[in-house]
Design a protein. Sequence first.
Lengths: 387, 387
Amino acid sequence: MVGIRDVAKKAGVSTSTVSLVINNSGYVSQNTRDRVTAAMKELNYIPNDLAKNLYKGRTDTVGVIMPTLQHPFFASLVGRIQHYLDLQGMRALLCSTADQETGEKQYVDMLQRHTLDALIMGSHSQNAQEYWEEIKRPVVAFDRYLCDSIPTVGADHISGGRLVARALIAAGVQHVVTIGGPRDRFHDRDRGIELLNARELSSRPDSSFPTVRYQLVLEDELATAGIEADYVIVEDLADLSLFLTAARSAFEDFDNVDAIVAPDLAAAAVLQEAERRGIRVPEDLQVIAYDGTYVSLFAGKQISAITQNIDETARRLVAHVMQEIERYSGGSSAVAARSVLEKASNDFQGYVSVTDNVEGVPYRFDAVKLEYIERETTTPLDDLGVE
Amino acid sequence: MVGIRDVAKKAGVSTSTVSLVINNSGYVSQNTRDRVTAAMKELNYIPNDLAKNLYKGRTDTVGVIMPTLQHPFFASLVGRIQHYLDLQGMRALLCSTADQETGEKQYVDMLQRHTLDALIMGSHSQNAQEYWEEIKRPVVAFDRYLCDSIPTVGADHISGGRLVARALIAAGVQHVVTIGGPRDRFHDRDRGIELLNARELSSRPDSSFPTVRYQLVLEDELATAGIEADYVIVEDLADLSLFLTAARSAFEDFDNVDAIVAPDLAAAAVLQEAERRGIRVPEDLQVIAYDGTYVSLFAGKQISAITQNIDETARRLVAHVMQEIERYSGGSSAVAARSVLEKASNDFQGYVSVTDNVEGVPYRFDAVKLEYIERETTTPLDDLGVE
DNA sequence: CTGTTAGCGCTTTCAC
DNA sequence: GTGAAAGCGCTAACAG
């Protein structure tokens, strides 16, 4: 391997000068620069970044942990994260926990061993709050609470659930079935929160807000409106075939169902099942996809969907990542830690919108952007204009 | 930062001993080991892998370049690649060129700068054969030819195209429309190959075989059978909305179309469009999804699909990656290079199967596994049992 | 079994 | 402007 000293020798300069040329830093006379450049060309020199990494103590790499790439929602999000990281001169080391069970531990390890500069955590954590407190390296959580010192970015699922509820109520439905993940993930177990009801949730905007939260809000609002609601559990969201099973259950296990709310892929399965049974959508059945991504477009027909602003979410995740890296490298730790506590409590920024492409359905929202942080709990919802 | 020497001092041993303990290598007395372990615990020591990387000259990281994660096919493939890399103690640095245009150059750069141990190239390359020849670092290509010294893994799209053709012919169709990418990618431009017709392709199993190849074979077989065939171009496969447009074109721009072959997501759009127009599938229209992944299951109805064996493809990609890494690190370069030339010419291993879940369609294949390398060009197809 | 020693290849003060 | 020198934190001969 040809190293910097070979170049230096060839160009008749010292290694430090070569380094200056490589990094385009400091002052080097044009003459010297040319000689060095020529030498590099001639020797076919390529710098070894591993040495640089060691010296600098960073790799410009961010670990990204997500449950699976199978779901278009996560695939899209990861794509956008990668995009924004790239803009910052960073790269993404990907881990889908569905494909790599030990991913969490492994990536946290790499973070601590300085192979990773930061971590974006989008999967359900196997570990308790204290575990995350101890890490003391840059981490940003997506759609979940890890601990007070770790900022969270995610959608405002409380508003999301409320949007669904209002849409369904406006549509005059009587019996709603929701399809979703295991109920025990409805809260962050490790935080010691018992299953909260929707009222409590609404009054605790500073608490965690995994996607599943929307279901609690939905149920609460439906109950208030006197609408029957049931729930079908999909045990493993990474096993797509279960969506088909769940869709079937929604039809078979309950009577007089006139509305189904489900994750996008499951919603597509619901449509398929409805057609098989000769049930017309939306005439006889309302279907709303939560986290609707492009799949809504390919579900056999376009369907109503609660969509998150994936691009913006990615942008913010990356922004926080950079901020955390900065904080841990530059900052005086004590003060910084304090400010993060503040931030973690207030920085729940969410984006939820409802799009409706089905003609004849009695509700229609324009896409809206909700910034949870910038408003009181319920106000903006009245602006949505439920027809 | 607490380093290995701090631990050594605390434990009253030398750094090398600590290193031995860390890596669980060599002989260390239990007593010493315990003392060292205790010291590590106490000091909260975490080894810095950057130093290790520098010394070892590797990062255990493989760059993976794919066009986009939006398509479930690539999302699945990336997931499986990650899985198999993990089994080898390696990790995947992901790059979807749709989200990061300069990805190819950047990743090749990282490969040369030793930030990456190897590269899996699944996107259309911006560079010529010579460019890849020069790299002289571990690279494996997915579904495309880069140069003679780089092994390729991919599906046998010649058989794939033939499968589609036979299925359609058996179904008695008269006018087929295929939806796909730009025709100029039908061959590897940089190799200087002119647009080949299917006959030529069949006789050149050693040539490149990007996915789109199946279309040439299909057209050729259809022409032979006297069946009309047209083609709708999707300019940018990363822009999903174009699939809807393309699906519409397939219906509007041609008359008497009774079969449509399309990438899975486009096929779903076709179904949607068909329903809108009151065209029954499969009674009035045959639809076959190429590269069918789970989306076929969620297209509103189950549809026939040519599926690749994603898991096996990933497994082989990773196997080749490890082999290339080995070759470039250990091997005597001259002999190795030669053997690779051999390998590159013969190692086109493909997996294509047709699954058909639509009742009433006059063809039905059992899932089959075709190993292109192990057979003559056409023989095994007769075993498929076209009903 | 354990310590000494010499780097891995590059970056960066700090003199000259 | 440029060079000398001191590492970044760990590994691996090689002695002992």
